[in-house]
Design a protein around this ligand. Structure first.
Ligand code: DOR
Ligand code: ZN
Length: 355
C-alpha cells in the first residue's frame, strides 16, 4: 500500500486494514460491550480461548464464534479467528478436525495457573506431545503465553526463565511447528525470536511499547497498568520498540486487549489485563511516530501477521488523521465500566474511517 513519502509531516495515514493477532473478547454482556471496539479497527482477530469455561473443543469454538458474530454491530465486517485452549488432556484428533474444518486457526498454550482463567492450562509440555506433533504436521500455529509459574521465580523473570526452560526445547523438538511467542515483554524474548528461523514470530502489545514497570507504581499503586506478562524495565521496553519498528516480518500487532470491570481491577486481588481495544491503532501509531518509523506501521499492523499465518492480506483500508484524541477516563460496558489504556491522555492520531 503506498504511503506518503514524507510520513513525518503527513496529516493522514492510509493503511491496509489491520488485524489484531491476540485479543480477549470475553462473553455475554462484556462481549457485547467490547467487540464493537475491536471490529471498528480490525478486519480479523485471533480470539483468546480463556473464557471462564475454556474453549477446548471445536464445538465450543463454533458456538463462541456464533456468539461473537451475533454481538457485532449491524454491518460490521469482522472475522473472529478461533483458538483452542490446550490442556493436559487435549485430543490431537479433535485438534486436527477443528483445524481442517476451519473452526480453529491456532491453539493456545497457557502454562497452568499462569494468568486469568489458566487453571486448566498445561502442567508440562511433555504431556501435550501428541497435540504438538499433530500441529507441526498440519501447519497449525502454537500460540504461547511464555511465563513459568514456578513461585520460586521472580515475577519479572518469568518470561526469561520460560525461554530457557520451555521455549528453547519447543523450537528444538518441533522444528516444523509455527510458534507465536505472544505479548513479549523482554529484550531476552526479542533476542530469542530474532535468533530463531522464520517459523517463530511474536506479537507485541501497545502497553509494552508505552510503559515500563514504573507505571504500576507511579505515585501509588496503579492497577490499570497491570497485565501479564507484567511490564519490565525500561531497557526491555526499548528493545520491544526496536523490534516492532524494525520492519522484521517476525513481529506483528497483537493488542492483548483484556477488559475487566473497573471494580475487578481496583480490588484486593486485582485482575491482570489492560483494555486497549478502543484506541489500539492510535496507540501503536504514536510509538511508530516517536521512533520515526510511521512508514513501517503498515507492515507490523497489516502484513506480517497474515503472512505468518498464511492468510490473505485484507483488501480494505483504514485512515488515521492527525489530531487530538482525548481518551476518556472510563468507558461504559453494559452494566459496568472499564478504564481504557491511556485513560485521560491525549493521543495524536485518530481513526477517521475504515473501509
Ligand atoms: O493481562 C492479562 N490478561 N494477561 C493474560 O495473559 C490474560 C489476560 C486476561 O484474560 O485477562
Ligand atoms: Zn492475552
Amino acid at each position: 500500500m503506498p504511503m506518503p513519502t514524507d510520513t513525518a509531516s503527513a496529516q493522514t495515514i492510509t493503511l491496509r486494514r489491520p488485524d489484531d493477532w491476540h485479543v480477549h473478547l470475553r462473553d455475554g454482556a462484556m462481549l457485547a460491550a467490547v467487540v464493537p471496539w475491536t471490529a471498528r479497527q480490525f478486519a480479523r482477530a485471533i480470539v483468546m480461548p480463556n473464557l471462564s469455561l475454556p474453549v477446548t473443543t471445536a464445538e465450543m469454538a463454533s458456538a463462541y464464534r456464533e456468539r461473537i458474530l451475533a454481538a457485532l454491530p449491524p454491518g460490521a465486517a469482522f472475522t473472529p479467528l478461533m483458538t483452542c485452549y490446550l490442556t493436559d488432556a487435549t485430543d490431537p484428533t479433535g485438534l486436527r478436525a477443528g483445524f481442517a474444518e476451519g473452526v480453529f486457526t491456532a491453539a493456545k498454550l497457557y502454562p497452568a495457573h499462569a494468568t486469568t482463567n489458566a487453571a486448566q492450562g498445561v502442567t508440562d509440555v511433555a504431556l501435550i506431545r501428541p497435540a504438538l506433533k499433530a500441529m507441526e504436521e498440519i501447519g497449525m500455529p502454537l500460540l504461547v503465553h511464555g511465563e513459568v509459574t514456578d513461585p520460586a521465580v521472580d515475577v519479572f523473570d518469568r518470561e526469561a526463565v520460560f525461554i530457557e526452560r520451555v521455549m528453547t526445547g519447543l523450537v528444538r523438538d518441533y522444528p516444523g511447528l509455527k510458534i507465536v511467542f505472544e505479548h513479549i515483554t523482554t529484550a531476552d524474548a526479542v533476542g530469542f525470536v530474532d535468533g530463531c528461523g522464520p517459523l517463530v514470530a511474536a506479537t507485541i502489545t501497545p502497553q509494552h511499547l508505552h510503559i515500563n514497570r514504573n507505571a504500576m507504581f507511579a505515585g501509588g499503586l496503579r492497577p490499570h497498568a497491570y497485565c501479564l506478562p507484567v511490564a519490565k524495565r525500561e531497557v526491555h521496553r526499548l528493545a520491544l520498540r526496536s523490534a516492532a519498528t524494525s520492519g522484521s516480518p517476525k513481529y506483528f500487532l497483537g493488542t492483548d486487549s483484556a477488559p475487566h470491570a473497573r471494580g475487578a481491577k481496583e480490588a484486593d486481588c486485582g485482575c491482570a489485563g489492560i483494555f486497549n481495544a478502543p484506541y489500539a491503532l492510535e496507540s501503536y501509531a504514536a510509538v511508530f511516530e516517536e521512533e520515526g518509523a510511521l512508514g513501517l506501521l503498515e507492515g507490523f499492523a497489516s502484513e506480517h501477521g497474515p503472512r505468518f499465518y498464511g492468510l490473505p492480506l485484507n483488501e480494505g483500508q483504514i485512515v488515521l488523521e492527525r489530531g487530538d484524541n482525548l481518551v476518556p477516563a472510563e468507558l461504559d460496558a453494559g452494566q459496568t465500566r472499564i478504564v481504557p489504556f491511556h485513560a485521560g491522555q491525549t493521543l495524536g492520531w485518530r481513526v477517521r474511517e475504515a473501509r
